[in-house]
Design a protein around this ligand. Structure first.
Ligand SMILES: Nc1ncnc2c1ncn2[C@@H]1O[C@H](COP(=O)(O)OP(=O)(O)OP(=O)(O)O)[C@@H](O)[C@H]1O
Length: 304
């Protein structure tokens, strides 16, 4: 097996008294599509900033392609980071943004850029500041795909993109990835839309890693059961209850399965596989019950 594209070892990131990432360790394998999931403020963007050398962790270590990314040109030229609401110089037209990207990324594919420009119906000569929000996002998506960077990170790349354009992005991403496998990390809240694309899933909650697994095992790791409330509870007690809803005497629960535990049928319950979105919601709600949220409006901005 080849070395991971990135390793994250016990990484902590503090912004003054706020801990955005808290002892995260993971490896992002080469040539795969990883979904970085989690609620608002979970720490997804912060992790991406660390992977792309935009910040240095307060504690722990990050390696990308075997070296620290911060101020490391050899590593950084192999990385493309498409940020949410990416800004461009005021005078830039769409064409200028693509030309600039072509200079920055050594594996830039001009044909892919031209095809995507047509697919997304972007006017190449229009000033970027005159584009709609969705069109602006499309510029980032084109750059991210055409960069063909060995490690490409999309941080919620589709602000304002309509559903057709989003599916265009998913289709083109998959087709391009099949042709030129590389390491892609996408943070998103549109879990349902993207779940079929993902090979790995990282779920962050309050700066901690809740889930770090391949997408296939996510699908078999939890079940949603329904039946008489007491039976649901008895079954859940043999495993790990993530989330429960009850109505009169009936119950519905998302349960994370423990090896060797009894099956839902033993308890007279109906069971269906839990999809990724449901699992993420259930796990995030389960941990929310164990925390008292601290208000963050007293946070001071920490400059880069
Ligand atoms: N420069 C900064 N100064 C102070 N606090 C920060 C800074 N950047 C991020 N934070 C805080 O760190 C936490 C994680 O932020 P981050 O942007 O990584 O979350 P996220 O998971 O990307 O959220 P979202 O899904 O809403 O984009 C938040 O509480 C945020 O307020």
């Amino acid at each position: 097996m080849s070395a991971p594209a990135a390793t994250v070892h016990d990484v902590t990131m503090r912004f003054r008294d706020h801990t955005a990432l808290d002892g995260i360790s993971t490896a992002i394998e080469q040539d795969g599509i990883t979904g970085l999931l989690g609620r608002n403020g979970a720490g997804k963007t912060t992790l991406m900033q660390l992977l792309t050398g935009h910040r240095v962790p307060t504690g722990g270590g990050i390696e990308v392609f075997g070296a620290r990314p911060y101020e490391n040109d050899d590593v950084l030229r192999r990385i493309c980071f498409i940020k949410e609401g990416q800004r461009y110089p005021d005078h830039f037209r769409v064409r200028d943004a693509l030309d600039a990207a072509a200079l920055v990324f050594p594996d830039w594919d001009a044909d892919t850029a031209a095809t995507l420009l047509r697919d997304f119906e972007l006017p190449a000569k229009r000033p970027i500041k005159k584009l709609s929000r969705g069109m602006n996002s499309a510029v980032g998506i084109i750059i991210g795909l055409a960069s063909r960077a060995r490690l490409t990170l999309f941080d919620e790349p589709y602000a304002g993109l309509d559903v057709v354009a989003r599916h265009l992005f998913y289709d083109r991403l998959l087709a391009d990835y099949a042709e030129r496998p590389r390491t892609i990390v996408i943070s998103t809240h549109l879990i349902e839309e993207i779940s079929d694309l993902l090979e790995r899933v990282l779920l962050i909650d309050r700066g901690r890693l809740l889930l770090d697994t391949d997408a296939e095992s996510v699908r078999s790791s939890a079940v949603t059961v329904r039946g008489p409330r007491e039976h649901v509870r008895a079954f859940a007690a043999r495993h790990e209850l993530l989330h429960e809803q009850t109505l009169a005497g009936s119950g519905r629960a998302v349960v994370r399965l423990r090896a060797g535990g009894e099956s839902p049928e033993t308890f007279g319950l109906t069971a269906a596989p839990t999809d990724l979105q449901e699992l993420v919601v259930a796990m995030s709600l389960a941990t929310a019950e164990h925390h008292t949220r601290t208000p963050t409006d007293d946070l001071e901005e920490v400059p880069r």
